[in-house]
Every structure is written in C-alpha cells, then in structure tokens.
Design a binder for this molecule. Structure first.
Ligand SMILES: Cc1cc2nc3c(=O)[nH]c(=O)nc-3n(C[C@H](O)[C@H](O)[C@H](O)COP(=O)(O)OP(=O)(O)OC[C@H]3O[C@@H](n4cnc5c(N)ncnc54)[C@H](O)[C@@H]3O)c2cc1C
Length: 377
C-alpha cells in the first residue's frame, strides 16, 4: 500500500452506493469486504421513486454526476447481465414564476456543458407533454428527455452478483459498531475486520458511522413518504413532473400516479397536515385530479445532507484512510455509478473525473444558496 492508494477496503453499507463502490473497486482489482447490518438493498435504496435523471435545476455539479451515471446505466445490462429496466419518461420542470424562468434559462448553458439535454418550452407545450396539468398559472417549463423509470432492485442485484464474481465478500446481518480509520479497523457484531481503508456508505446513518471514528459527516435520516392515487385513465407515458415552486413531484407508476412533496411527515398531527398539503397542492396543479383518492404508497428515511448535495471524498490527516459517499438527499440512485467510480479512483490514488469541491464537507463553510436550502430538486 502506498500512502495514497489502497489495495484492500471495507465498505460499510450495502445499499446502491456501497454496492456500486464494491462493483467498481473490485473491477479495478481492489480487495473488497462489504458489511451490511441487514439485507443488501434493504435501506433507503429500497424506498425510491425509481427515477433516474440527468438534470438537477440549480445544481450543475449534481447534474454532472447524474449524467455520467446515466451513461453507465445504459451499459449496465452488457456489463452485469442484469437488465436495469430503463424506460424513458423525460423530465418536466414546471415553472410558475417569471424569475425561475430567467434563472433556469440563464443556467442552461452550464447544464449543457456537463452533458445535460434540456430546453425551455412554452406553457402550451408543457400541457401537451403532461395533459393532466392545469395550464392556469404555468409560465414555462424546462424539458429534459434524460429521465427514466428503472428497477432499483435489479440494479443492486446486478452490482452485487458481479461484485461477488469479482471476489467481493458481501457480509450481511452484521452491524458495524466501531470504526478506527487510523488503523483501518472495523468492529462488528461478528468480530473485527482490517483493511487499508474504510468506506462509509451507510446512507442516512452515515453521520453515526463517521462519528465512530471521530469524523463529522452531517448526514441524518429524515422521515419521508410517497403517496399514490387510484387508477388514472390514460395510455400516455407521462413525464416525471416537478413543480419548482412547491417541489411537488408526480410520476406514473403502473395505472396510478406516485406523488412526493417536500416536508417532513413525522407522525400524528404533522403527518395529517402533510397529507392535506399534498392533496391541496395536487388539486391546485392538477385540476383534473380533484376527486382522486390518495393513499400512502410507502414511507422511508431520506439520506439528508445540509444543502442537499452528497458528501463524496476522503478524510484528511490521520483520517485519510476514511472515505465516504453519503447524504445523496434523494438522488442516490441517479448518482450511484459515478459515486462508485469516484471511490474507486480515490482508492487507486487517482484524480476522479469530476471536481469534488461541490461534494466536500468544506463547502459547509461557504454561504449556502438560499434556494438550494429551501428546494431540494
Ligand atoms: C421516498 C424516497 C424516494 C426516493 N426516490 C429516489 C429516486 O427516485 N431516485 C433517486 O436517485 N433517489 C431517490 N431517493 C434517494 C435514494 O433512495 C438514496 O439517495 C439512496 O438509496 C442512498 O443509497 P445508500 O446506499 O447511500 O443508502 P442505503 O440504501 O440506506 O444503504 C445504506 C446501508 O447501510 C446500512 N448500514 C447503516 N448503518 C450500518 C452499520 N452500522 N453497520 C452495517 N450496515 C449499516 C443500512 O442497513 C443500509 O442498507 C429516494 C429516497 C426516498 C426516501
């Protein structure tokens, strides 16, 4: 092992991020042990809306990771023998305020420079793409064709099987209870493990895992919920549709619609209030759905980092052997392939393909973008 490259690693967490890192690191000849406290893919990665897309408004660095990841997903079946079941839906960002049209319009060149395909379209074109929308207060939209529904379980299965074929040890039902990144040692409920470096990919629980070795990684679990409608009569492939002003998201799932809204449906009265807010926002934006039934689709824990952009990198000084990829804040599936490749590059002592500044905890010292704090898109 040279000071800046690692020939063996322990990955903590068997979600889409840990499995992607295992897949790419094993491909590069690194000896990998992955430790998962429960079953593979049973954490946040089991709860997604099953959308992968390339465009993240107001977040060019996130788009860059996602666009690179989409390219990897396109080659996924050939690489792993498992079909990720990508079905193109496209992505519609509906704008109801003139200032958003200006801001997103100005940013399009920077988005295109990192590979995003996106264009501003008129209100009439918006309603052609999603006829359920109420045109009343729509000013314009950004349309990006680079969005797909997918099968996250198939993706994780493909990563896990291929990684295992490449020699990765996948240890499940084993909780990590202590981390000494200085010595490369991990204590679990089933004994200790040692490697050149340790990778924290523990999803929403990454803050707790990092704290075991004295590293501050402010990632926390946030309760989250998706709602579903009853059956909707249409044969159209509806785009994944986001209202920028409220962060209402709607996508088709089978013969129903899957709906998400920002906010934290904790429980009791708060959850009831959140349910009411979803119903109100939905009927405001989709007048044709006024009488539709709404049910809880599933609940989960969102992997939230401040400013809603993931932390990907490695510690400094005596914690250099502690690497992390966590806090994807609702876009881990979109960014998993590139996150795995970055971990591989750091383990090899090579420069990753993207600038990691936007993904460093150091960014927390900088002034947060006020809109970024308010609207995770
Ligand atoms: C409702 C909802 C919808 C979403 N929709 C989308 C979407 O459509 N597209 C998208 O890109 N993203 C979406 N996301 C976000 C996405 O789910 C996450 O960003 C992604 O799954 C994070 O993957 P991960 O591997 O980091 O975390 P996880 O899947 O949570 O994996 C972490 C693993 O670490 C394990 N672990 C934790 N602590 C320990 C320990 N001490 N010892 C051993 N193991 C441990 C956990 O058991 C877990 O399996 C959504 C999230 C939610 C909640």
């Amino acid at each position: 092992m040279s000071e800046d490259s690692y020939s063996s690693i322990i990955i903590i967490g068997g979600g889409v991020i840990g499995l992607s890192a295992a897949f790419y690191c094993a491909q590069a000849g690194i000896e990998v042990t992955l430790i998962e406290q429960s079953d593979l893919g049973s954490g946040t990665s089991a709860q997604t809306a099953r959308v992968v897309r390339g465009y993240f408004p107001r977040r060019v660095a996130d788009s860059e990771l996602a666009v690179g990841s989409l390219a990897e997903y396109r080659g996924f079946a050939a690489e792993t023998g498992v079909d990720p079941e990508l079905e193109q839906t496209g992505f519609l960002v509906v704008l109801t305020r003139g200032e958003d049209v200006e801001t997103l319009g100005r940013e399009l060149d920077a988005q295109r420079a990192v590979g995003v395909e996106a264009e501003l379209i008129t209100a009439a074109q918006v309603c052609q793409r999603n006829p359920f929308l109420d045109p009343a207060d729509i000013v314009a939209a950004v349309w990006s064709p680079q969005a797909f529904s997918c099968n996250p379980q198939a993706i994780m299965h493909g990563y896990a099987e291929t990684a295992q074929r490449r020699g990765v040890r996948l240890l499940t039902g084993m909780e990590v209870i202590g981390v000494d990144a200085v010595r490369g040692r991990v204590a679990t409920t089933n004994g200790d493990y040692v490697a050149d470096a340790i990778v924290c990919a523990a999803g929403p629980w990454s803050g707790r895992v990092a704290a075991m070795t004295g590293v501050s990684l402010p990632v926390t679990p946030q309760p989250s919920e998706l709602m579903t409608t009853g059956p909707i009569a249409t044969d159209m492939t509806l785009p994944f549709t986001l209202h920028l002003s409220s962060a209402l998201r709607v996508r088709r799932l089978g013969d129903a619609l899957l709906i998400g809204l920002e906010g934290i449906p904790k429980g009791g009265d708060q959850r009831a209030l959140w349910h009411r807010a979803v119903a109100e926002e939905l009927t405001k934006r989709y007048a044709r759905l006024r009488d539709v039934e709404l049910h809880t689709a599933w609940t989960g824990s969102l992997d939230v980092a401040p400013q809603r952009t993931a932390f990907i990198g490695q510690g400094s000084g005596s914690h250099r052997r502690f690497l992390y990829a966590a806090g994807f804040s609702g876009r881990g599936l979109c960014q998993a392939p590139m996150a795995g490749q970055i971990i591989r590059d750091l383990c090899l002592g090579q420069q990753p393909a993207v600038d990691l500044k936007a993904f460093s905890p150091i960014r927390l010292d900088a002034e947060p973008h006020p809109a970024a704090k308010r609207l995770p898109t």
